[in-house]
Design a protein around this ligand. Structure first.
Ligand SMILES: [Mg+2]
Length: 94
């Protein structure tokens, strides 16, 4: 995953986009891209443009990973910690 983050940051920085990629702007863009992803399912379609879903999902993930990088978070750690919280909050019924 760190290799992916390196690629994302390298592409961004090589184009000078890091100047405006504040955490606030990244989160705003993430929400906008999530809405673009939702558009694929807006009217409860049973079919969708798979390539567009992939593209919009990638946009969301790229922005999320850039935010992880810029805030100096440990991706594995924050996900492991959240999964543990979820498991505690919603115990198995078995
Ligand atoms: Mg998009």
């Amino acid at each position: 995953m760190n290799n992916l983050i390196d690629k994302i940051i390298s592409l961004r920085d090589s184009r000078g986009w890091d100047d405006h990629d504040t955490p606030e702007n990244l989160v705003k863009s993430l929400v906008i891209e999530a809405a673009e992803l939702l558009e694929n399912f807006q009217w409860g379609e049973t079919s969708y443009d798979e390539q567009n879903v992939k593209d919009e999902l990638a946009d969301v993930l790229i922005l999320a990973l850039a935010l992880v990088h810029d805030l100096n978070f440990d991706l594995n750690k924050i996900i492991e910690e959240k999964l543990a919280k979820i498991a505690l909050k919603y115990p198995t019924k078995k």
